[in-house]
Each structure stands twice: as structure tokens, then as C-alpha cells.
Write a protein that binds this ligand. Structure first.
Ligand SMILES: [Ca+2]
Ligand SMILES: [Ca+2]
Length: 369
């Protein structure tokens, strides 16, 4: 009896494995939705294209990076001709949230079919960074907007775009994303993927519509905030140095509603990391003079202490668009205060904390992470 149980158990383990090994043709690799041999941000465009499509359930619903036998679905990508079965990464018969999760699980893995990435780098001005500040100090945030199209050169009939941004991760502590201004669509109209892979020195991003309707326009599609490490070795050795921090777009792929390539052009930009003593713009001098209060820790998870040389009675928190997101009025003026913003459901990102006493008002940057 015991031997029989062991035998049945052994068969149960063996069966899925043998199915995986049996697949030799047009096999599904979970997470490689477009079947080009790698799981990455560009598979997210296929995810948007096939979103909510249904088909036969896969016998082996493994999400491991391995070739799996799967029955063909009725549809396929119009240009790549990839059968829709590849979009069902978890094999449950529908393309939905779990499948985007599998892209992330098997991210950057390749298989023997991998030849090249699908995106390209054509020099031009369709996709580019708009710098808020071109210089930054260690421990501060480098903020820039990603623009797609300009007023002079708008983008017509785009459905989705995916790309990677190469950065030097040795200087990067964290990357934050903001999509509040984005002409490709509002929250309900688009699906968004972003992932910072510090081990590979790149940020992968994709934004796609899923309603079959392309859009035309120009301007910002995302804001990125790269938090620079507190210690930058080059500046420790030479405080007058300027460490170049290039931002390069790579493997850019824009598609229309028929999956046709939009041939989106792009160009790189370089920012610089400098020692705080070397940043002497008028803005910075004014900023330091205005800072008559201290807020810490910064960055914060929401629990902060505010200390001021003069008593204050009201606090306002603004987002980067200048919109008021939180406020508090004190019944008695205080010179120090403990605050908990963590329960206020304020999204992570860069904010401006304004402290006032009815006569004067001072502002400081506050990074919630
Ligand atoms: Ca792929
Ligand atoms: Ca699925």
C-alpha cells in the first residue's frame, strides 16, 4: 500500500514535468507574451493588446520559465503573428492581472528562441526627458518628465509604448513614478507597467490602452524621480567634480491599434551630480534662506518630526502639481510637532510641506516613500 502511494505521488510529480519536456513547437514560456524569447516590458504591450481575451485553459498551468504545451487560441497578433495563447502566462484561459504578474516574475529571462529585442533606438525627438533640474546633490531627487511628441511634432494614432531607460544604478537609491499627467489616457483608459532593475542598470516602462482606440497628442506621459544615494564616492574624493548621469532610452517600441510599429524616435540626455557646496543657483540660495524649519526623517514613510525656530499653527502639504493633498490646523501654535501621514493614503512621491503662522510661511521638499 505504502509503495502504491509513493508510486501515485511520483506520477503526480512526474506528469507535469514530462508535459513540459514534451513541448517542441510554438511552446508557451510563461511571461513571454509576444514569444520573442524574453520576458520584459514589451510583453506588456501584448498584454494590453490581448487584455480580457479568452481561450482554452492550459493543461499545465506552471508559471516557471519553461516550454509548455498549449492548445492554440483563435486569435493572434496581427504583425508578429504570435498566437494569443502566449498571452495567457498562467494558463487559466483568460488574459488578466495574473498574467502581468508572471511577466514580472520571469522578468529579463531569455530562452533559446531569443534573438533580439523588438524595440529600437532611432535618433530623433519623439520620446525624450524634460529635466526639472539638470544638477542634483547626493541624497536629493533628480526629477524629470518623459515626453512623447511635441506641439510641432505630435504623435498620431498611438495605442501603446514600451521602452527602457538606462541609468547608472551605483548612484541610485530608489526610483519613483508618477502618471498623474499623461495624455495617453486616464487611470481607467490605460494599463501601466514600470520596474526598476538595479542589477541590470535599467528602468523598464510600458503604457498601453486596451479599448481598441488609439489616441493622438503630445507632451508628458510620466514623471520620474530618481533618488540619488547619500554618498557618491567621486564627490567624496573631489567636491568640485561633476559626475555625469546620462539618461538613455533603449528598445523603444510604439504600436498602433493594429500592432503596427510607429517607429518612435528618441534621444539621450545627461544630468550631473555635484557636491551641495557647488550648487549655487539663485533658487538654492533662496531655498536655504527660506528653510527656517527642519523636517525629518526625509525621505519618510509618513512619520515625521517638524521643528521650527518660530511657532507655527498650520501645515499644508502640496503635490508637485501644486495641489493641496493634506492639511492640519493647530489650536495652539507649536515649535515642534510629531505628525503621522502614513494613514492619509497619500501616494509616494515628492511633495512640498508648507508651514505657517498667519504672518509668514515657509516651504520644504518632503519625499514620501
Ligand atoms: Ca517577450
Ligand atoms: Ca491568465
Amino acid at each position: 500500500m505504502k509503495q502504491l502511494i509513493v508510486l501515485i505521488f511520483g506520477l503526480l510529480i512526474f506528469l507535469p514535468l514530462s508535459q513540459a519536456q514534451d513541448c517542441t513547437e510554438d511552446c508557451v514560456w510563461p511571461g513571454d507574451l509576444n514569444a520573442n524569447g524574453v520576458a520584459n516590458y514589451l510583453d506588456f504591450l501584448t498584454f494590453g493588446f490581448c487584455y480580457q481575451t479568452t481561450g482554452p485553459v492550459r493543461t499545465n498551468q506552471s508559471t516557471m520559465w519553461e516550454p509548455l504545451e498549449a492548445e492554440d487560441w483563435t486569435g493572434s497578433l496581427p504583425v508578429l503573428a504570435t498566437n494569443f495563447k502566449h498571452s495567457d502566462a498562467d494558463g487559466n484561459g483568460i488574459v488578466d492581472e495574473m498574467d502581468r504578474f508572471v511577466i514580472a516574475v520571469n522578468y529579463t529571462l531569455t530562452n533559446p528562441n531569443f534573438v533580439d529585442f523588438l524595440g529600437h533606438e532611432i535618433d530623433g525627438n519623439d520620446l525624450f526627458a524634460v529635466l526639472v533640474d539638470s544638477l542634483v546633490s547626493p541624497g536629493e531627487s533628480l526629477v524629470f518628465d518623459i515626453h512623447l511628441g511635441t506641439a510641432a511634432n505630435p504623435i498620431t494614432d498611438i495605442y501603446g509604448i514600451g521602452f527602457q531607460i538606462n541609468i547608472d544604478s551605483q548612484y541610485v537609491q530608489n526610483v519613483l513614478f508618477d502618471y498623474t499627467e499623461n495624455w495617453l489616457g486616464l487611470d481607467d483608459d490605460i494599463l501601466i507597467h514600470d520596474k526598476y532593475s538595479d542589477e541590470h542598470d535599467f528602468i523598464g516602462m510600458a503604457l498601453t490602452r486596451f479599448d481598441g482606440m488609439p489616441v493622438s497628442g503630445f507632451g508628458r506621459i510620466a514623471r520620474l524621480e530618481i533618488v540619488i544615494t547619500d554618498v557618491v564616492l567621486g564627490l567624496e574624493l573631489d567636491t568640485t567634480a561633476c559626475i555625469p548621469f546620462p539618461i538613455m532610452f533603449e528598445n523603444v517600441l510604439g504600436i498602433d491599434e493594429n500592432e503596427e510599429d510607429k517607429f518612435i524616435t528618441t534621444h539621450a540626455d545627461t544630468m550631473g551630480i555635484k557636491h551641495p557646496s557647488q550648487l549655487t543657483s539663485i533658487f538654492d540660495v533662496e531655498d536655504q534662506r527660506k528653510h527656517s524649519f527642519r523636517v525629518y526623517p526625509n525621505p519618510t514613510n509618513g512619520h515625521i518630526t517638524i521643528e521650527s525656530g518660530t511657532a507655527f499653527s498650520d501645515l499644508n502639504l502640496y503635490n508637485q502639481m501644486g495641489m493641496l493633498v493634506w492639511q492640519q490646523e493647530l489650536s495652539l501654535p507649536q515649535e515642534a510637532l510629531l505628525i503621522d501621514l502614513s494613514s492619509s493614503k497619500i501616494p509616494v512621491g515628492l511633495y512640498f510641506l508648507s508651514v505657517g503662522n498667519g504672518e509668514a510661511r515657509t516651504v520644504q521638499k518632503l519625499l514620501l516613500d
